[in-house]
Design a protein around this ligand. Structure first.
Ligand code: AHR
Length: 659
């Protein structure tokens, strides 16, 4: 595919050059020699939330659903089964220890000499297996009282029961112990199952069954899906916001996200129900839980791996205001604030401190260099301000080096928004997090939103945005070109105003094809493949072409935010000494443009222009055609002080010219 695109680029180089028309609309001036705003390194980032099976069943590479029998329905995802003449008795037990994170185990008792008896797991809407790849199966088990000669047989089978891989664990002792074997499937299969069976007479008790691909990101055990992380790394994001989203708030206080319960040994992290489990009646996912195998340590590690600043968001003593809106009383807020202080210690503290020591024991003695943190997610009202004040006072006193992110509520205008901004300005907040899930036309209309924003006061974090083609969170919305182009047009306005808007992230990030709740999303995946949407391509275009500082792109002395369907912004990359022009054409027609560069005369050269375009605004990348929309690289001839371009209709273009 890449080779094809490169080939196209050479062709289009010639085509584009010849297509330059004689009647440019008018002259666009790029004031190359006048530095406007420094582009923050954190400008374009990612927003990760455990929604749409983004963590368990997604980024977190565990393939067994309900691996420790801790779901509310303890055998959800499992079924008892026998093979051949096999007979037996299967029982669920409780350890009876309230403090123990894993409450249960199963007893598999096989009562016949021939055949086998045991359990079968369905995975997260099936188990995705790749031919000849290695899969590491671990079982925490102990042997029973019988003088068992039985072996624990582990099998990967397809949906009809045909064998894909087989191995066995023998010599299970009477003490709880972890056993590990590798399975190598003979075929690729997107919806396999895992069987854990006793062959021959015997008894075994099992606490946890886990299956990971050997090939996780960086080969880590308890690791992440490498294809998904690779897409994130390719974006070169400036920050990773985690773990959400409403998941931070919980539907009630008890199910809020508590980072301390997500660190330490992954098997000791207490599982809870995922708040998106039953949130949307039309997308009911009763099998959605949070195992926290992907917890705060792993989020920090992920951020570090992909060169992004970590941006954790913490609960501020408020449950989701769309659900119970339950509050922690102000006099009971101290533990919440302590969580924030301890998190700073976990991330940055010396290995001699309590939480720094835990970080070191998990494998990372060096600090994670945390610089910012969110207090509350999408909260609103005086209850939020009261709580934020408490956090602010203590955190600023003890850690003035940590920037705090505050909420502007769920919408980018209205009473809640105005109230919060007024209060946060008074409090001299560092960052205000604005959210916009709006129509494509809203994004186009608002491309100049920040041109007249106050330059003093809190900075803006455009923390959650996405153009919804069919009304807010409408499940029939698509990640189509129309939405991607609208976002790109809006993002030229964000870039132009990067003195005010210093961080931006599309939301949500990930969605499983068969288990999503919220649509649209940046990256879609199933058990074997990933689909980058045009919206992802836009994010990648901006993030990988960030530049060091902005310069003006002017038409008739004004910014270009919709005139003749064109939106534009420009930066200079100090390292590569290039002008980076971002140009969006939302009209259906090719628009001829003439650029002049103030203060710069270019040597004759071919410059690269990355282009995302299609005649059909409804075009998108499906699982059947994941590269329907991609980035083409075209060559553009530049010389002297001017440049003629025919900008294709429905296109997002990033041009880099060597100075
Ligand atoms: O991104 C989906 C949800 O939208 C987030 O959880 C929440 O912050 C917003 O309402």
């Amino acid at each position: 595919m890449i080779a094809k695109r490169l080939f196209c680029s050479i062709l289009s180089c010639l085509l584009l050059f010849n297509l330059v028309q004689a009647q440019p609309v008018s002259e666009i001036k790029v004031v190359v020699n006048q530095r406007i705003n420094t582009v923050p390194t954190s400008m374009w980032g990612i927003f990760f939330e455990d929604i749409n099976f983004a963590a368990d069943g997604g980024l977190y590479a565990e393939l067994v659903k309900n691996r420790s029998f801790n779901f509310n329905d303890p055998l959800m995802g499992w079924k008892w089964m026998n093979k051949g003449e096999g007979k037996g008795d299967g029982r669920l037990y409780n350890f009876g220890d309230v403090l123990r994170p894993n409450k249960r185990y199963v007893r598999i008792q096989s009562t016949s000499e021939s055949g086998s008896f045991g359990l079968s797991n369905e995975g997260f809407r099936g188990i995705g297996l790749k031919k000849d790849a290695g899969y590491r199966l671990t079982v925490t088990a102990r042997g029973g009282d019988l003088n068992s000669t039985a072996n624990l047989v582990v099998e990967l089978v397809d949906s009809t029961g045909k064998m894909l891989a087989e191995n066995q664990i023998s010599g299970i002792t009477k003490d709880w112990k972890k056993y590990e074997v590798i399975l190598n499937p003979i075929r690729t299969d997107a919806s396999a199952r895992l069987n854990v069976m006793l062959k021959g007479k015997g008894l075994v008790e099992v606490e946890t069954v886990s299956l990971f691909p050997v090939d996780t990101w960086k080969g880590r055990k308890n690791g992440l899906r490498s294809d998904l992380v690779q897409l994130l790394a390719d974006m070169k994001p400036g920050f990773v916001r985690f773990p959400g989203g409403c998941i931070v708030e919980g539907r009630e206080i008890a199910t809020r996200y508590q980072w301390k319960k997500t660190v330490g040994d992954p098997n000791d992290r207490e599982l809870i129900i995922n708040r998106w489990n039953t949130e949307f009646k039309h997308r009911f996912t009763p099998d959605y839980f949070q195992s926290f195998g992907l917890g705060f340590y792993e989020y920090f590690l992920l951020s570090e791996d992909i060169g992004a600043e970590p941006l954790p968001i913490l609960n501020c003593g408020m449950a989701c205001q769309y659900n119970t809106a339950e509050l922690a009383a102000l006099e009971n807020l101290d533990p919440y604030i302590q969580d924030a202080l301890d998190l700073i210690e976990f991330a940055n503290g010396a290995v001699t401190t309590q939480w720094g020591k835990l970080r070191a024991s998990m494998g990372h003695p060096e600090p994670f260099n945390l610089k910012m943190m969110g207090v509350g997610n999408e909260q609103w009202g005086p209850q939020y301000i009261e709580r934020f004040k408490r956090f602010n006072t203590l955190l600023k006193e003890k850690h003035p080096e940590i920037k705090l992110i505050t909420s502007a509520g769920p919408a980018p205008e209205g009473d809640k928004f105005t109230y919060l901004w007024d209060e946060l300005v008074k409090l001299n907040a560092d960052f205000v997090d604005e959210h916009y899930y709006q129509s494509p036309s809203w994004f186009l209309k608002n491309a100049g939103r920040y041109d007249a924003y106050p330059r003093k006061g809190p900075k803006v974090f455009a923390g959650e945005y996405a153009a919804h083609s069919k009304g807010q969170a409408d499940p029939t919305s698509r990640n189509n070109l129309e939405s991607a182009i609208a976002e790109a047009a809006f993002m030229t306005g964000l870039e132009r105003n990067c003195d005010v808007v210093q961080m931006c992230s599309y939301a949500p990030l990930l969605a499983h094809k068969d288990a999503w709740q919220w649509n649209p999303d940046l990256i879609w995946f199933d058990n074997l493949s990933v689909v980058p949407t045009p919206n992802y391509l836009v994010q990648k275009l901006f993030a990988t072409n960030k530049g060091s500082y902005t310069v003006s792109v002017l038409k008739d002395k004004g910014v270009i935010a919709g005139k003749d369907g064109i939106y534009a912004s420009a930066t200079i990359d100090e390292k590569t000494k290039e002008v980076i022009l971002k140009l969006v054409n939302i009209s259906q027609n090719t628009v001829p443009l003439k650029f002049s560069f103030t203060g710069e005369s270019f040597k004759s050269q071919y410059a690269n222009m990355e282009v995302l375009k299609n005649k059909e605004l409804t075009s998108w990348n499906s699982f059947a055609t994941p590269s329907n929309l991609g980035i083409d690289v075209q060559k553009v001839k530049v010389s002297g002080r001017s440049l003629m371009l025919n900008l294709d209709g429905n296109s997002v273009n990033v041009l880099r010219i060597k100075m």
